[in-house]
Design a protein around this ligand. Sequence first.
Ligand code: TYM
Length: 361
Amino acid sequence: MTAFKPLVFSGVQPTGNLHLGNYLGAIRRWVALQADHPCLFCVVDLHAITVWQEPADLERQIREVTAAFLASGIDAKKHILFNQSRVPEHAELAWIFNCIARLGWMNRMTQFKDKAGKDRENASLGLLAYPSLMAADILAYRATLVPVGEDQKQHLELTRDIAAKFNHDFADRIHDKGLGVPMTSIGDRESDDDTAQGYFPLTEPLIEGPATRIMSLKDGSKKMSKSDPSDLSRINLTDDADTISKKIRKAKTDPASLPSEPKGLAGRPEADNLVGIYAALADRTKAEILTEFGGRPFSEFKPVLADLAVEKLSPIADEMRRILADPAEIDRTLRDGAERARAIASQTLSDVKSIVGLLNN
Ligand code: TYM
C-alpha cells in the first residue's frame, strides 16, 4: 500500500432524541462530504450501553437514528450505514486498544468526568474505556477524516495517541510484515521524518463551520444536549413546525439588537448561538448574516430564524416518519451496511493480530 486513502467515518449514539446540535454539528456535514469521499456512518449502539438503556427503547432509538441519517440525505447504497454491534471487529479491536491506551489517558477525558459525575466508583468500566472503542470504530477502517462537533475533539486526540503508540510499539513488526504505510501520505502534520511508516493513520478531526458547538436555547453557556431535562433547551429533529417556532420564540436572548459584525457577538453567547444556527441552516457565514441583520432586534430576527428552521427541518421530520413506518426495511439497510463494513474491518483485524503476535493463521 502506498498511501492511506481518504475515508470518512463518523457516528452518533442512539441515546435519545436527535437534536439540532447533532444535525448541524455532524449529520448535515456528513451529507456534504459524501460527494467527494467514501464514507462510513455508524449508529454506535455499543457506546450507548456504557450508561443504562432500557432495551426496548434502545431498539427503537437505533432505528430512529438510522431513519434520521437516511432522511437527512445519507446515501446507504453508495456509502456504508450500519449499527456498530453488528460488526464485532469494533469490540475486538477496542480490546487490543485497551491494552495500548494508558489509564492516565482515560482519566483525563472531560466527557468521562462529566458523565460519571461525583459517583465515579459507580460508573461502568465501559464508560471509562469509551474513547478506546471510539478509536477502534475509526481505525478498524483506517479512516482519515472524522467530521464531529467540538465536544469530540479530545476523543479524537486520544484516537491519534492510540494510533501513534501502536505504530511506535510495533514498528518493527509492521515493517517486517510489509504492512507499513508512509506517514507523510496523510494526516501526519507534525512528522518531519519522510521515512516513517505506520499501520494506522493519524486521523484528522473535521470540526468546522458555524455550528461546531450549538448551545442550549435556555442557557448560552451550556451545550445543546439530549440529556438536558428541559425540552425547551433543544430543537429535536422530530419537532413539528409549531414546536420549533415556540422554542425559538422562547429562546433566551439579551436586550440589545444584533451587531453588524461577528466581533460584536463576543460576550453575548445566546446571540452568538442563534446567529450560528441561522448561518449553518442557511449555509452562510455569521458575517454574512450580520451584514443582513445587524441593528435589528431579536423580535424581528427570531421569526425569520423560526421560518428557516421549519423550512429546513420539517421535510426531515416528515421523511423520518415515512421511513420509520417500515422497520424491516431499516433493519435490512443496517444488515447490508454491516456486511460491507465487516469486509473492511475483518482485514484490519487480521493484520493487527498478525502484527501483535496473536496467532491467527
Ligand atoms: P453524540 O452521539 O454525542 O453526538 C453525535 C454528533 O453530534 C455532535 N454534537 C454536537 N455538535 C454541535 N453542537 C452540539 N450541541 C452537539 N451535540 C452533539 C457530536 O460532536 C457528534 O459529532 N462519541 C460520539 C459518537 C462516536 C463517534 C465515533 C463519532 C462513537 N464513535 C467515531 C465519530 C467517530 C458521541 O457521543 O456523539
